[in-house]
Design a protein around this ligand. Structure first.
Ligand code: GLA
Length: 661
């Protein structure tokens, strides 16, 4: 019995083991069956439309210039061609397996020696996990043209957002054509999807101007003794308005209905003039300091330039329309002054005298200048140090003095001088030739050096007579371009001051397109608030690059906030510096003439709102309480001690001014 019992329990044990093993096997089998085989998705299938690029448009299965993707002679069928700075975010679900690609600079940049030398990028693969913690997964290191592709192969375990970034490797984005070849994601869960960067619809922050008079614009104005004087008192408020001025130096006269002051001042010195504007609702007064000496352009020039909208399709009529609209839309009431013609106005030289003539689109350069002056505005034009301009028109090489004197005779107030066809020249020598003549010219001419930051013009620009100098290559209407240039100005503040300014290039708001076809800027509204805030903090020349007659309400509002523009035009002329830098946020600040500080809190992340804070000590402020005012909303935010923090939208800004209590 006991034996039977014994053998019965053996059987039971055997049965239990048998069934357990079978169920384990079945379990494993079913698990194995539910585990789908991994899928592959190529980046070109996700598409190029959600990738940002610092220049041109990213392309699927082609380089950014539209050629076959090629790295060091190796041609790839699949992948994405882009341009630094570039970013692309892909949503995963934590279950994706790996990301693989071959990356490098596209061979197309080696077509020119300059491109072959200057292209340099870094590819960065990073991710955010479910706790929103950012991890760098892979970095290529600096890659230059002609280097063989480098391989990325990283695990995506736990990654919710994958970020594929190409940065400029610290030397600007020029020629940075970057390829992600054979780029693919192996995944098991949800199909990877591109994430669109955040973009709010246009929203207006600034309240309409008060109907009572308000005097805006610069508080200091420089003119040389004996030069024609032209200054329109910039005043907002309901019309009709009448203007008056006390202590006007002899030689000047004021038109009391337009506010236009003209004439000549012979005696050097500092004159403090009281400007008065009156309408049915009230009266405003403000002092204007007129400095008569050898310095002009004491605040950064503000105006319009034809390039970012019309480029080479610009005509005399385009210029007149923008000038008229500057007055009719009221921008002149905020200090917008210069109407500048860029490339493509030159015709052929007079074969006998060598004097430059305009082409058929500009029938009479002097008549155009007279017209712009009659509106109370000033006018500028463009030329090049080389034999030709960038667009292939007649340049000024060998005619430097003759051309400047011609512009002066026609009545031009501003000249931008470009650097095409100048390879091998020393820009100091080339620009000095113009600077010397400008000094001798019978009228004041603002001298804008445009050699794209080559040979550090901030170190010598002022000494050759320059009033402003471009610090980088051309801007375009993308975040990567605008932010790359704007935030790349760190370290240059000490070179700027009254009469000599760093120029981070013209504004890309409103309708742009490099003509004749125009389109709305691709910058989001928040990016445009960042653009204007940053340029004002940087004491940058402000040249609107869209047709003024086509300004929409959002853009008009953006360009007529007197409190924001006052930062740009502050008489101290001190350019902002970066005071805080985080992974995806920065704070820039500048000191103003009244001892207050202008501070921009910027969120550099494209996708998420974030809080940005600044300690008052990092602004060089003494301990104590400060009144903080939001300049875009024109609202006091309260009194703060020690620090200030604000929630900032993606790629957006909160711009404040702080006064000691
Ligand atoms: C260069 C300048 C631009 C513009 C064009 C005109 O690219 O940097 O600002 O003047 O030339 O051709």
């Amino acid at each position: 019995m006991s034996q039977h019992c014994y053998s019965g329990s053996h059987e039971r044990i055997f049965t239990v083991i048998f069934f357990s093993v079978c169920s384990l096997f079945l379990l494993l089998l079913s698990f194995g069956c539910s585990q789908k085989p991994a899928s592959l998705i190529y980046l070109d299938e996700i598409g190029a439309q959600h990738i940002s690029a610092g220049w041109s448009e990213p392309k699927a299965n082609k380089s950014v210039d539209g050629n076959p993707l090629t790295i060091a002679g190796q041609v790839f069928e699949r992948g994405l061609g882009t341009h630094a700075e570039s970013n692309c975010r892909i949503r995963l679900d934590g279950k994706a397996l790996r990301f693989q690609a071959l990356v490098g600079v596209d061979d197309e940049v080696t077509k020119t020696q300059r491109g072959a030398k200057r292209a340099s990028v870094e590819f960065i693969v990073s991710g955010k996990d479910k706790n929103n913690i950012k991890k760098t997964l892979w970095k290529s290191g600096v890659m230059k043209a002609g280097e063989p592709a480098r391989q990325v192969d990283v695990s995506l375990k736990g990654i919710i957002y994958l970020d594929l970034t190409v940065d400029d490797a610290g030397d600007g984005i020029g020629y940075d054509h970057a390829d992600w070849c054979q780029a693919r994601i192996e995944y098991r869960g949800l199909k990877p999807e591109p994430v669109k960067p955040y973009a709010a619809g246009p929203y207006i922050l600034t309240p309409p101007p008060a109907p009572e008079p308000g005097i805006n614009g610069p508080k200091v104005f420089g003119v040389r003794p004996g030069s024609p004087f032209l200054f329109t008192i910039p005043a907002s408020g309901e019309r009709p308005m009448t203007f008056a001025a006390e202590r006007l130096p002899s030689g000047l006269k004021l038109d009391s209905s337009s506010g236009l002051i003209t004439g000549f001042i012979d005696r050097p010195g500092t004159y403090s003039v009281k400007l008065i504007a009156t309408n049915a609702l009230g009266r405003a007064e403000r002092d204007l300091r007129i400095e008569v000496g050898d310095k002009i352009c004491l605040t950064p020039p503000m105006g319009w330039n034809s390039w970012n909208c019309w480029a080479c399709s610009v005509t005399d009529e385009n210029v007149r329309q923008s000038a008229r609209a500057m007055v009719e839309k009221g921008l002149i009431n905020y200090g917008w002054t210069y109407i500048n013609i860029d490339d493509c106005w030159h015709g052929k030289r007079d074969p006998k005298t060598g004097q430059i003539r305009s082409n058929e689109k500009f029938p009479d350069m002097k008549a155009l200048a007279d017209y712009v002056h009659s509106l109370g505005l000033k006018i500028g034009l463009y030329t090049d140090c080389g034999p030709k301009t960038c667009a292939g028109y007649e340049g000024s090489e060998g005619h430097e003095e003759q051309d400047i004197m011609t512009y002066a005779k026609w009545g031009y107030d501003y000249v931008k001088i470009d650097w095409c066809y100048c390879e091998g020249k020393d820009p100091r020598v080339a620009y000095r030739k113009f600077g010397e003549t400008i000094k001798k010219a019978p009228r004041d001419i603002v001298f804008s050096i445009c050699n794209w930051g080559l040979e550090k013009p901030w170190e010598w620009g002022e000494s050759v007579g320059g009033n402003l100098w471009r610090t980088t290559g051309d801007i375009t209407d993308t975040w990567a371009s605008m932010a790359g240039i704007g935030f790349g100005q760190a370290g240059l503040a000490r070179y700027a001051g009254p009469g000599h300014w760093n120029d981070p290039d013209m504004l890309v708001v409103g309708k742009v397109g490099w003509g004749p076809e125009l389109r709305p800027t691709r910058l989001t509204p928040d990016e445009q608030y960042t653009h204007i805030s940053l340029w004002c903090l940087l004491a940058a020349p402000l040249l609107i690059g869209c047709p003024i007659e086509q300004l929409d309400d959002f853009t008009l509002n953006l360009l007529t906030n007197a409190e924001v523009l006052e930062i740009d035009q502050d008489p101290l002329g001190r350019q902002a510096e970066k005071v805080v830098e985080g992974d995806d946020y920065q704070v820039w600040a500048r000191e103003l003439e009244d001892g207050s500080r202008a501070v921009g809190l910027f969120n550099l992340d494209a996708y998420e709102h974030r809080k940005v804070a600044v300690d008052f000590a990092s602004l060089g402020l003494e301990a104590g309480s400060y009144r903080v005012r939001d300049l875009w909303r024109q609202q006091d935010l309260g009194v703060f001690s020690g620090r200030f923090e604000a929630e900032v939208p993606p790629h957006g800004v909160v711009l404040v001014r702080l006064w000691k209590k």
